[in-house]
Design a protein around this ligand. Structure first.
Ligand code: ACO
Length: 422
């Protein structure tokens, strides 16, 4: 038996019955009733704006899967580039495919000298690296005449490869600029995560990447690679629906990620923990949150209402990293804060749990990243997710340019009054 839903317009008595598939019914049912009838759904709380086969997420059960594979298995057994291949192509690569993909990514990590000398050097000395990253990603597209050929699959794949390979180089370049350090060229002998750490932190000749830290970087990249229709990915889809090029669309998605309620939260968590400063100040801070003075950053999620599976994995990664780097002094405050919140009625009632950002910032800090690089670290792997969604959208025959409707609540028609009469 097919599940159905029947909607009756009480103004006219007209009814329409439509199937429910996978918990979703087609909104064309409303247009059948009345072409001028719209659903008011601010922030898309009840709207599925697309069909997608990339990431499965069950917020109540705390499940996250990429192309069907549980995030726990991927974080444990896979590498970031293998996961990137999986997200973009839909299947895990065989050994030859993986080798070719790694080779291709590694050979596309360089960026044009003008990007650094003319573009990045033009920023103010204290520019936020995420602002630089967003603009540099958009600017990168201007170097490729074929960037706009999005319906030529060979060209599109080339842009995807370029972006996946070059975003770590852009990120490291923005960081080195903000520190006044010379730019370190990509090293083809290193893995994706190792190469990124090397471009970030190499000073002189004696730098070697610690394998535990490189693996932690890879795991963090895997956990952040995709998360279905969040704010940044929705921005990616909306901009892509206008057939913009992948560089510009990625920059738009990164701009959304920059916000403190989205990817900027891990930065906000560290600032919050530093402000609390000491375990003894935790109860007073919790009370201030409850009285509405601010939010407990790194807590709560639009979809996860029991636990964020990424937060569980990341907590373990944090301990692996701290074994190498020594304990982050803010960890004690974080643990006390988590414990206090998880046993407090305010947070229990609202189903507020630590999200991926609660611990990721502590790891980034232990790895040596300054706080304002955190969102950039999120944008690097998420570029893969964004591009997977762009690719899916462009192939989806149901999609058109995004254009929601509005509920107009302004004035009725009125006559212009001369300024002297106002
Ligand atoms: N601290 C305190 N109270 C909170 C928090 C929080 N972190 N999050 C939600 N609440 C409260 C709200 O005040 C509201 O209470 P009320 O019912 O008394 O008004 C209730 O919980 C529901 O909150 P909403 O804002 O409606 O939940 P929404 O799903 O819109 O927000 C969000 C989700 C934005 C993530 C929110 O929980 C938040 O602001 N968290 C802090 C920022 C953060 O960590 N963001 C990272 C998200 S993960 C990511 O983007 C990678």
């Amino acid at each position: 038996m097919t599940d159905t839903i029947t909607i009756t317009d009480d103004r006219t008595g007209k009814s329409v019955t439509v199937p429910i598939t996978g918990g979703v019914f087609n909104s064309s049912a409303l247009r059948e009733l009345d072409p001028n009838l719209f659903m008011y759904d601010p922030a898309y709380l009840s709207t599925a704006a697309c069909a997608s086969s990339i990431t499965y997420l069950d917020g109540e059960a705390g499940i996250l899967r990429y192309r069907g594979y549980p995030i726990e298995q991927l974080a444990d057994k896979s590498s970031f580039l293998e996961v990137a291949y999986l997200l973009l192509k839909g299947e895990l690569p065989n050994a030859a495919e993986l080798e070719q993909w790694q080779f291709n990514v590694t050979r596309h990590t360089m960026i044009h000298e003008n990007m650094r000398k003319r573009f990045v050097d033009g920023f103010h000395y204290d520019a936020h690296p995420m602002g630089m990253f967003i603009s540099a990603t958009a600017a990168l597209g201007t170097f490729y005449v074929d960037a706009k050929d999005i319906f030529d699959s060979e060209s599109f794949d080339k842009q995807v490869l370029r972006l996946v390979a070059k975003v770590p180089t852009i990120a490291a370049m923005c960081y080195r600029f903000s520190q006044g350090l010379p730019f370190v060229s990509p090293n083809n002998a290193l893995s994706y995560g190792e190469n990124f750490l090397n471009m970030m932190f190499r000073i002189g000749d004696d730098y070697t990447v610690n394998p535990v830290l490189a693996r932690a970087m890879d795991v963090l990249f895997i956990l952040h690679a995709d998360h279905e229709q969040n704010c940044g990915t929705t921005a990616m889809r909306v901009v892509s629906s206008a057939n913009s090029d992948p560089y510009t669309a990625t920059a738009a998605a990164a701009a959304a990620l920059y916000g403190p309620l989205h990817g900027g939260a891990n930065e906000a968590v560290i600032r919050m923990l530093a402000e609390i400063g000491d375990v003894k100040n935790v109860p007073a801070f919790i009370e201030s949150v409850k009285s509405g003075e601010g939010r407990l950053m790194g807590f709560g999620h639009r979809v996860y209402k029991n636990f964020d599976p990424r937060a569980t994995i990341i907590k373990q990664t944090a301990y692996d990293v701290f074994e190498v780097t020594g304990m982050n002094p803010l960890l004690e405050v974080a643990i006390a804060l988590e414990k206090a919140a998880l046993s407090d009625d305010y947070f229990i009632k609202r189903k507020l749990y630590p999200n991926v950002d609660f611990y990721s910032g502590l790891i980034y800090q232990a790895l040596g990243f300054p706080v304002d690089m955190f969102t950039v670290l999120f944008a690097i792997p998420r570029t893969v997710g964004w591009l997977s969604h762009m690719q899916e959208l462009l192939a989806d025959k149901d999609q058109k340019i995004s254009r929601p409707r509005q509920w107009y609540t302004g004035s009725d028609e009125r006559n212009y009054t001369a300024i002297a009469a106002r």
